[in-house]
Every structure is written in structure tokens, then in C-alpha cells.
Design a protein around this ligand. Sequence first.
Ligand code: GLN
Length: 259
Amino acid sequence: MDEAELLFTNILGCRRQDLYRNKKAVLNKEQSVLLAGALKQRISGRPLQYILSQADFFGFQFKVTPDVLIPRPETEILVETAIKYARDKRAEVRILDIGTGSGCIAVSLAKLLPQARIFATDISVKALEVAGENARLHNVIDKINFSCADLFPSCDSPYDLIVSNPPYIASGEIEQLQLEVRQEPRLALSAGIDGLDFYHKIIPQAGGYLKTNGYLLMEIGFGQRKKIEKIFQNSPNFEIIEIIKDYSGIDRIMVAKNG
Ligand code: GLN
């Protein structure tokens, strides 16, 4: 749906096709006030997903607030890839999602992988509240352990998969981003001078949390592939086994195996 359709289906409480069927529909007073308020916010640069408190991801609807990153279509490729690797494993699959934000990755995996046990961390308590709410909305709260942690949780046994869409924007680039993106939490976007802080933190530690033959799957930013490959070369236990491009042909998902 485009933005206008999303706005109207929300305000009228109808489906997309109903907008075109009922061409004579007139907004009542309450709906007009809602529409005017929403348009005012949108014109001032507020992302529509924050105005409506909802975002679509992987065909599911998620609650979002300005405390969490708005889920992006590229991240759906990370979920798709995680599902592919998790299906290789037979017994209960243990998956860790680092920096869960809205919980879009953790909740989608919990819904689509009946045999999975998901662990999800975030440093932001407010983000974890949103993620917890999304897990409840999607009836997977009993399949996900959320914890407030700076990347890795305290854990008793290793994981089969670690997935993460960490912040990867260089601090100097934040001010040049679209007005809408600048309203998303800095904590979820900004990653030091070269945008690589979180790869430097996650990759060297991840091996200690993964089973042998476990996988680390990460989303990466535009032009970061070669530099991240170098970080992997310094963590000799990992072998990069797949790099997947997004819909614009940009290297977007890296998969490494823990040897
Ligand atoms: N995991 C969440 C997402 O992919 C949040 C990511 C982040 O805040 N960097 O949307």
C-alpha cells in the first residue's frame, strides 16, 4: 500500500480495495480531524509508521513507536535467510537476535519456526517494551526470552544461530539522512566514526556464544562488505559462507559459519 492508502484505510478502518469500491464515501467529523492531524505531522516530516504506530514487516503488522527503528524491507532478507539456515537444524533451534528493536526479526522467526527458541536483547528498555508487546500481539511471547543487555545476554548454553541488524550509519552521516530517518532513535542508527562499531564488537565475541557449525547472520550497510570481511579475517574461527544482495543489488546480508 502506498502512504495515502495506508492513511485512509487506517482512518476509515477499511481494507485497501474498499477505498476504490466506495468512491462516494465522505469522512465524518472525527475522521476529518484525524486526517488533518496526521497530515500535519506527515508534512512536518514525521514518518507515517510513527503517526499510525504501525509498520508492515514480512507480511505481519508490528507496533512501532519513536523508541524503535522502523523495520525495513531489506531486513526481511535477513529473516528469510535465518529461516533457511535454521531449517538445516533438526532439534529445537536456539536463536539469538541482538538489538531486537521493535522485535520484528525475533517475532517473525518465532512465528515461522515452530521448533525455535528465541532469545532477544536490546540495550533500550523502551524498545524491549515495544518488542514484548509485539510478541504478545502475535502470540509468541512464550517462545521468546527478552533481556536488557548491551549486545549479548548472560547465557548458559550456546546458540545455533545469531542474527543481528545492528546500527551501521557513520556518525558523520546522520545529519545528512532524510528528515524522516533522523527521527528514528540515534541508538538504533549510529555506529561510530565509520559505522562499523557494532561489527567490531559482535564478530569477535560471537564465536563464544555459538555452537560449532552455528551461524552468524548480519545485515550490513552500503559499501561495508570489504571492511567487514577484514573483521572476519581477524576472527579465524569464522568462515564467510554467503553474502546476499538486497533488491537494489547492494551487498546486504553476511552469513558466517563458526568452525
Ligand atoms: N532489529 C530491529 C530491526 O531490524 C532493530 C534494529 C536496530 O535498531 N538497528 O528493525
